[in-house]
Design a protein around this ligand. Structure first.
Ligand code: ADP
Ligand code: MG
Length: 880
């Protein structure tokens, strides 16, 4: 085994769970299983390398200069990658180069812009359970957000769905428990689960880690004395960051130095009681952040209301949509603020144009603290901070509703001043070439620049001088990497040159010389360049450190900017889309006049969306909505949920009037999901989800049920749907406001037995065999399904439609209506022996089937066969 192999194996042993990228010269290499994995994941060539006698190991490598893009792909696929660098200079070390892992890149600890989504947070979470209680903490190392909470086990999936972390760490000993936890079973959030040392989750260790990280004596100020599990999750995050060292650089010697670079805000302890609970299914069904089949963003709620101008604002709005408020006072304050901007278009535009100059203050200040900020970002930071007094002034004209926001808009003149004084307004990309630090800021840099400029000038003038001295007009001064500056003269003129000419190089047609003076200036130029680079880097670092001192103030300002951005944006959306301010209170009523679906109305040509009212209260708490397919049932019930949610986010709503009694949870369930991709029995899923509602809803919840029971046969489905409604209606623990859309019009009977149930249907105008969907919701149940009408609208051949009319008329006159519905193919019971009953269309043509069956195909001539085929077709045509 070669020494390098031994070195590799030792390092790999310490990072068994990670893919180790082993720096060798200009490449990062992987070996053995890592190599196989990387080759297939990145689609690169698997090679081999001899690393000892008879020892050839698989190897796959990526060039060091493009490692970021490979890293991004590996991390996106959920792998951890340990980056092992060369720590000593290969040119100067004798024998083996020192190597060690400087950083472990994991999905939750990426810091590079290229690996991040600007508009969304990238969270690392940690969780720990004890009995029925869970401690959950999460952090975004790029923005510094850090929060923790304690909650019951049943709330965990909701929180995970809301946070949508990229990675979750758990204690090693609990890993298998978490992997099989039922609570995570139905999760559809994709995160990688990472196991870490049990000790990092112990309350004592965790507390010490937090105290050490924040350099404080007690955790009391965070308000987590009585939340040991929240503390242990938060502590585990800090320790994990210490170990993965996300923002380290090769020359960081100690871990504590590396850790210092990661800036987390003070730990925010929160309670899940503050926010409306939304399970993952509901988030998806309501298409809050992504909508449509291809999960496009344009067809989502956020696309309808996001008019933010900054990425901080965009991220905040995303978070707000994910956690609507339950607290009336906080909600009123938001609505007041939106109202303020809504009422004053001039101020709104002024604020919007100021905001559009503000860069990502949050992430830039993070990079300043980490020491990875680029000069141009510093300048952007300055521009952004300069906008803050402007924003403050813009808010002056407003009343109480916006002035509280001014408090957060603390300008940071010390940061603006130091950047202004120290950094060129348009600096170059890298530090060190003399184009970053402004002249006049550092005498040392200025002198170095002068010296090198003078020397350069001397060299530039040398050509003319020497031409005159030698009389050789074609003499020229040049530069190359090996010989530095030289004087070049063609061979034919190389005789009789002055004595101080020293020959350095002979080319085919020319000779190259130096003169002592030239070399003196040359070393001036080259030295100055090197010293300038050093001086500029040092100065730049000092400036960054100085700016970093104000990180807390900048963050506060950034948070205020984000809020103003969201409020102004929500007001703009309200103006653009014709929304009104909802009345919110602790009542139990939801009353909406002329409500619209915020996404569907944008997709339809303007003016085509038909608004509808709704009234839900404890007296009329269950609405059964019937009507044909495509009438607008699903749209209507979702619109009620979306308007309620928007109101509790603090947004105006698409309606002419809305009164929302606060809702503690919104549930939505959709029977027979369109996406069968999950491969699970959809009916089973449907029932599991329905069970969850019956177990978790409270009288304050809003439940949206769309075609529940459709995933099974008619009678089963009908029975389940019916008993679910009865249970919701009757159970004293429930009685929640419920909207139930169904095409089972038999369910309209429920209204006559249950006092809280009301029937509604979607109006349909019937003109002969044509129907027109009016999309208008009217009291009373639908008495028929219009299935055949819909089939015709869908373009089924006229013959088939006509035949369907016949069959339907027959069935209706025989009073066998349920069979008619089953015949539309929604039933799963079609495999039983009653084919003739269930498939009347085919049952009606037995003679045709019989004649096909009787054919003696083996003994027919081709001509006979053709004739027979023609005959059969005639017969078939006559049938339809
Ligand atoms: P259903 O659930 O009754 O089958 P959907 O709610 O899916 O019907 O609506 C079908 C289509 O009808 C929608 O995609 C939309 O284009 C249109 N639609 C629904 N509601 C309205 C409305 N209120 N005004 C105008 N068009 C509507
Ligand atoms: Mg529908």
């Amino acid at each position: 085994m070669t020494p390098i192999r031994r070195q590799y194996l030792k390092i790999k042993e310490a990072y068994r769970d990670s893919i180790v990228l082993f720096r060798m010269g200009d490449f990062y290499e992987t070996f053995d299983d890592d190599a196989r994995l990387v080759a297939s994941e990145l689609d690169i060539t698997l090679t081999g390398r001899s690393l000892g006698k008879n020892l050839r190991v698989p190897m796959a490598g990526v060039p060091a200069h493009s490692v970021d893009s490979y890293l991004a792909r590996l991390v996106k696929k959920g792998h951890q990658v340990a980056i092992c660098e060369q720590l000593s200079d290969p040119a100067q070390s004798k024998g083996l180069v020192d190597r060690d892992v400087v950083r472990v890149v994991t999905p939750g600890t990426v810091f590079e812009d290229s690996l991040l989504d600007q508009q969304a947070n990238n969270y690392l979470a940690a969780m720990v359970a004890e009995g029925d209680t869970v401690g959950l903490a999460y952090a975004d190392i790029t923005t510094g957000e850090f929060a923790a909470a304690q909650m019951s086990f049943s709330q965990l999936p909701l929180e995970l769905a809301r946070i949508s972390p990229a990675e979750v760490i758990v204690a090693q000993s609990a890993l298998s428990g978490w992997e099989s936890a039922e609570a995570l079973d139905s999760r559809e959030v994709n995160f990688s689960l990472t196991a870490t040392d049990d000790t990092s989750f112990e309350t004592k260790t965790a507390t010490e880690n937090l105290l050490g990280y924040f350099r404080i004596q007690t955790l009391e100020s965070f308000g987590c004395e009585n939340l040991p599990l929240a503390v242990s999750a938060a502590g585990a995050i800090v320790e994990y960051l210490e170990r993965t060292r996300p923002i380290t650089r090769p020359n960081d010697q100690t871990e504590s130095q590396a850790l210092k670079r990661i800036r987390l805000n003070n730990l925010a302890i929160y309670s899940t009681q503050q926010y409306m609970a939304l399970d993952n299914r509901t988030r998806k069904n309501l298409e809050l952040l992504q909508g449509g089949k291809g999960e496009q963003k344009e067809l989502s709620l956020i696309a309808s209301i996001d008019r933010t101008k900054t990425v901080m604002g965009a991220r905040l709005l995303r978070r707000w949509i994910g956690q609507p408020l339950l607290e009336l006072e906080a909600l009123q304050r938001r609505l007041d603020a939106v109202d303020g901007f809504h009422a004053d278009g001039l101020a709104r535009n002024r604020v919007a144009s100021t905001l559009s100059t503000v860069p990502d203050l949050e992430r830039i200040i993070g990079r300043v603290v980490a020491g990875t900020v680029a000069p141009r970002e510093l300048v952007a930071l300055k521009t952004g901070l300069e906008a803050i007094p402007e924003l403050r002034n813009s808010l002056d004209g407003f009343g109480f509703e916006l002035q509280w926001l001014q408090a957060g808009l603390v300008p940071c003149p010390e940061v603006v001043d130091v950047i202004e004084a120290a950094i060129e307004p348009e600096p170059s990309g890298g530090v060190g070439d003399g184009n970053v630090v402004r002249s006049g800021f550092s005498t040392e840099i200025d002198e170095l620049k002068n010296a090198s400029a003078n020397a350069r000038q001397y060299i530039a003038s040398l050509e003319q001088k020497e031409r005159e001295r030698t009389g050789i007009r074609s003499l020229r001064v040049g530069y190359n990497q090996v010989f530095g500056y030289y004087i070049e003269v063609s061979k034919s003129q190389a005789n009789g040159l002055p004595d101080d000419y020293i020959r350095r190089q002979t080319l085919t047609h020319a000779e190259r010389y130096i003169v002592p003076e030239l070399k003196e200036y040359e070393s001036l130029v080259l030295n100055a360049r090197e010293r300038l680079a050093e001086a500029e880097e040092a100065t730049y670092r000092r400036v960054c450190e100085q700016v970093a001192q104000s990180a807390a103030t900048v963050l506060r300002a950034s948070a205020a900017v984000a809020e103003i951005d969201v409020f102004a944006g929500l007001a703009q959306a309200a103006v653009d889309n014709g929304y009104v301010r909802p009345v919110v209170d602790n009542d139990t009523t939801i009353r909406i006049r002329d409500g619209r679906h915020p996404v569907v109305e944008r997709v339809l040509p303007s003016g085509q969306y038909v608004p509808n009212d709704v009234e839900l209260s404890s007296e009329s708490r269950v609405l059964v909505l019937t009507g044909p397919n495509m009438a607008g049932k699903s749209t209507y019930i979702r619109q009620v949920a979306l308007i309620t949610l928007m109101a509790q986010v603090g947004s105006f709503v698409p309606a002419s009037e809305a009164h929302i009694g606060l809702v503690d949870r919104i549930f939505t369930r959709v029977g027979l999901q369109d996406d069968l991709a999950t491969g699970q029995s959809t009916f089973m899923v449907e029932m599991v989800e329905t069970a969850a509602i019956l177990n978790q809803a409270t009288p304050r919840s809003l439940v949206i049920l769309d075609e529940i029971g459709r995933g099974t046969s008619t009678y089963d489905g009908l029975s389940i749907a019916r008993s679910v409604i009865e249970h919701i209606h009757n159970s004293p623990r429930l009685g929640c406001k419920t909207l139930f859309a169904t095409h089972y019009h038999e369910l309209t009977e429920l209204a006559s037995t249950l006092p809280g149930v009301r029937n509604f249907s979607v109006a349909v105008a019937e003109e002969g065999s044509d129907v027109v969907f009016l999309h208008r919701i009217v009291p009373g149940g639908a008495d028929r399904s219009y299935g055949v009408h819909v089939a015709r609208l869908a373009g089924l051949p006229q013959g088939v439609v006509n035949r369907a009319w016949e069959v339907l008329t027959d069935l209706e006159s025989e009073g066998r209506a349920p069979v008619q519905r089953r015949a539309r193919g929604t039933g799963r019971s079609g495999t039983s022996g009653e084919a003739s009953q269930q498939l009347p269309l085919f049952a009606a043509g037995p003679s045709l089937v019989d004649s096909i069956r009787e054919l003696d195909v083996a003994n027919m001539t081709p001509l006979e066969a053709l004739n027979k085929l023609y005959e059969l077709q005639e017969q078939a045509n006559s049938l339809l």
